[in-house]
Design a binder for this molecule. Structure first.
Ligand SMILES: C[C@](O)(CO)[C@H](O)COP(=O)(O)OP(=O)(O)OC[C@H]1O[C@@H](n2ccc(N)nc2=O)[C@H](O)[C@@H]1O
Ligand SMILES: Nc1ncnc2c1ncn2[C@@H]1O[C@H](COP(=O)(O)OP(=O)(O)OP(=O)(O)O)[C@@H](O)[C@H]1O
Length: 277
């Protein structure tokens, strides 16, 4: 059995630049990844099967639409694989939440299948498959800090944050990525600037989708207000199209104190205390 982690994706900054004729938007983003997330396991089998475990297993729609199933089918077709696999998704990340859950799962599935069938993880055919599954999937396949442009799928590696404590908080209101992009006001507020210091670039940046996300999920403002008043916060911002927000800390003790404070005030919100590599 092979197991791959599907780590939560975080957009340190997300600048939306223009609407495109194909229904997508040109954007610039700084992708980083937490150490924790979902898990995809794969074993050879007589027939193709798919099962889900974990807290959010019941929230995802029908199996045929699952990005894990779609990723496996696309891989088998592209590489001419006749062998079947039993795949299990252990679902811990909230669904439709801006931290790329489905994209991370698809990428972990591609990584597991690539390992099993001796395909290099940077094989251009694998990267093309990933882009076809979603704008975020190539970044999740790369799985390391990167500058993303175009739809978010033109990637250039950047320096990581070097083990920085992070707290992710979601008010458990699902937010549709398409609806949030549709609510963007169309104003280009400028490129992501700065040099080699990824954290400084992130801090100087913005998430241009936040106002539109707040119209769908007003709780985002509340999450950010609570995170920003915690001791030791270096940066608190919404990730992706929301509603998950992240807070970065220098010290794990500050992160853990913030997690306890959030849990005391909002016991029903989802949280993940992790590290950014
Ligand atoms: C907001 C981000 O999470 C930032 O990392 C991503 O850009 C979204 O990536 P994703 O969830 O993989 O997106 P997809 O599943 O490809 O697209 C969902 C929908 O979001 C909108 N979308 C997505 C990416 C993009 N650059 N422009 C868009 O307008 C489109 O309406 C699209 O139909
Ligand atoms: N394995 C999966 N996990 C979560 N959602 C999935 C999965 N497969 C398909 N989906 C569908 O994809 C949609 C988006 O879910 P996902 O959790 O990937 O969004 P997200 O966190 O907003 O991602 P992003 O940050 O890439 O926009 C949901 O409506 C969900 O039904």
């Amino acid at each position: 059995m092979l197991t791959e982690t599907a780590p939560a994706k975080i957009n340190l900054a997300l600048h939306v630049r223009a609407r495109r004729p194909d229904g997508y938007h040109d954007l610039e983003t700084l992708f980083v990844f937490a150490r924790d997330g979902d898990r995809v396991s794969l074993a050879d089998a007589e027939a193709s099967t798919f099962a889900m475990t974990g807290r959010f297993a019941d929230v995802v729609g029908p199996d045929a639409d699952n990005l894990v199933v779609r990723a496996a089918a696309a891989f088998r077709a592209a590489f001419g694989i006749a062998r079947h696999h039993a795949i299990t998704l252990d679902k811990h990340l909230p669904v439709a939440s801006g931290i790329g859950g489905g994209s991370a799962d698809a990428a972990a599935t591609l990584r597991a299948l690539a390992r099993r069938h001796d395909v290099a993880v940077d094989d251009p055919r694998l990267v093309a498959l990933a882009a076809g599954l979603g704008a975020d999937v190539p970044a999740c396949l790369l799985g390391r800090a990167a500058f993303g442009s175009g739809r978010g799928d033109a990637l250039a590696p950047i320096a990581g944050l070097g083990d920085m404590p992070v707290l992710l908080v979601n008010p458990l209101v699902p937010v549709s990525t398409a609806a949030v992009f549709a609510g963007w006001d169309g104003v280009d507020r400028g490129a992501i600037t700065g040099g080699d210091d990824t954290l400084a670039r992130g801090i100087a940046g913005r998430n241009d989708l936040q106002p539109a996300a707040e119209r769908v999920a007003p709780q985002v403002a509340q999450v950010l207000a609570i995170l920003r008043e915690q001791a030791g916060v270096v940066l608190a911002r919404m990730s992706g199209s929301g509603a998950t927000c992240f807070a970065l800390f220098r010290h794990a003790a500050d992160r853990d104190a913030a997690a306890a404070a959030v849990a005391a005030r909002q016991p029903d919100w989802w949280q993940l205390a992790s590290m950014i590599a």
